[in-house]
Design a protein around this ligand. Structure first.
Ligand SMILES: Nc1ncnc2c1ncn2[C@@H]1O[C@H](COP(=O)(O)OP(=O)(O)OP(=O)(O)O)[C@@H](O)[C@H]1O
Ligand SMILES: [Mg+2]
Length: 398
């Protein structure tokens, strides 16, 4: 194992999963009140993929956003809840859904009501009629998503790619969240010490110990949970997914790469020493220059053997889709539940071959994928196998 906080190789392949014992997570009923441009709306669905077609500004992404709020977090746009309340409404919104989960049908309700004197940061959540928390939704609703805002992932800053990778990993290794916050906290305190005129050496040692422990746990989660999955292989043939998911190997590496090839405890020691030796350098920079917070995710287009950053925008879109669908497949394999897959405006960016490959992959995975687009024609191969709905200024019709 390569146990460096900066360097990981992640290998996945896309051969067919064992289909036994998996459930397709699917939204069966969705009701919206005062959500974005919807005064009220209701959808009754089966487990098949859902295609939303309509003009710009008709409310397609808003629907995907509502579905994303059936899971934990702030939804796929990550916007403040107050913004989601309909402009001409009462200042709040409500979403109610019936969802088919691994544990049977489940009623989920979530909403937001900004009251005088409240900061409006929280939303209410009810699961099967009981008050609950947004975090608890993660036990029932697994989802992956891709939105146009992620298009610049390969050419933008490293922190976005790191967050993207960590979101992928957290879905199958939830402990990563705790390691990340422990690491961040210790690093913030260490950085603060650099501002102080006087400080005890032992203060540094304690914080670096914590950073080493959490940092190696982060590195291990980012790499071994993926390469250790039952279907990892570099030699696996991937005939079906090939046009869509040419990603064979993602390398995640930092700017400087200490070679720490060791078991976890040795790696922790080595990282701790690295931090200790880097104290003066870090003090000059007023921040920590080495560690998993500087890691980057390098995605390589397999057949072309080219980094994603120099691929065309359609190729980059296909690579992103490959990663997101690989995550969906991993969730399915490891947890026995095919997650919701929310894909905003993906079809229009793909050529015919890649579009066919996307649809084939969605059907093979048996996921309830939600897709949006302005051109119904592009989805014609799905005419029999998906639920195609027209969205027109906040009104949804089959
Ligand atoms: N809080 C809100 N209250 C009322 N309307 C809103 C609110 N937030 C967004 N809207 C409006 O909802 C409309 C639909 O937005 P949405 O992003 O869903 O469009 P879309 O169908 O995805 O369009 P496109 O094809 O351009 O992506 C927009 O006109 C937007 O201005
Ligand atoms: Mg949209």
């Amino acid at each position: 194992m390569t146990a460096s906080p900066n360097e990981h190789t992640i290998k996945i392949d896309q051969t067919d999963p064992a289909e036994t014992g998996t459930t397709t997570l699917s939204v069966r009923t969705l009701k919206l009140s005062d959500f974005r441009n919807y005064a009220s709306a209701r959808l009754d669905l089966d487990a098949r993929p859902v295609v939303l077609v309509g003009d710009n500004g008709s409310g397609k992404t808003n629907l995907l956003e509502a579905v994303s709020l059936l899971g934990p977090g702030h939804g796929l746009r990550g916007r403040p809840y107050a913004e989601l309340a309909r402009k001409d409404g009462q200042g709040g919104f409500a979403i109610a859904a019936n969802v088919r989960t691994r544990h049977g049908e489940l009623d989920i309700g979530t909403g937001f009501a900004q009251r005088v004197g409240e900061d409006g940061t929280g939303r209410t959540v009810r699961i099967a009629g009981k008050d609950s928390s947004a975090g608890a939704l993660g036990d029932y609703v697994k989802q992956v998503f891709l939105i146009p805002a992620m298009d610049g992932l390969f050419t933008g800053g490293g922190s976005d790619r790191r967050r993207f990778l960590d979101r992928l990993v957290v879905a199958i290794a939830p402990g990563l969240r705790t390691s990340l916050s422990r690491y961040e906290r210790a690093m913030r305190q260490r950085n603060r010490l650099f501002q102080m005129r006087e400080y005890g050496k032992s203060l540094f040692e304690g914080l670096e110990e914590q950073m080493a422990e959490a940092g190696i746990a982060i590195a291990a989660a980012r790499s071994t949970r993926w390469s250790g999955s039952p279907r990892s292989s570099t030699s696996g043939a991937k005939p079906k997914a090939k046009p869509l998911s040419p990603t064979r190997c993602w390398r995640c590496m930092g700017r400087s790469r200490p070679t720490l090839r060791a078991v976890a405890t040795e790696a922790e020691d080595a990282f701790r020493i690295l931090l200790e030796e880097g104290r003066e350098r870090d003090r000059a920079a007023s921040r920590t220059l080495e560690g998993p917070h500087r890691s980057d995710l390098l995605v390589v287009h397999g057949p072309k053997n080219a980094p994603a950053a120099i691929c065309s925008s359609g190729e980059q879109k296909a690579l992103l889709l490959g990663l997101v669908l690989a995550k969906a497949e991993l969730i399915k394999t490891m947890e026995g539940i095919a997650p919701l897959v929310l894909l905003d405006e993906v079809a229009a960016h793909l050529d015919g071959v890649r579009r066919e490959a996307l649809f084939a992959e969605i059907l093979r995975l048996k996921v309830q994928a939600w897709m949006t687009g302005t051109d119904k024609e592009l989805f014609s191969p799905l005419a029999q196998s998906a639920q195609i709905l027209d969205v027109n200024r906040g009104i949804i019709s089959p």
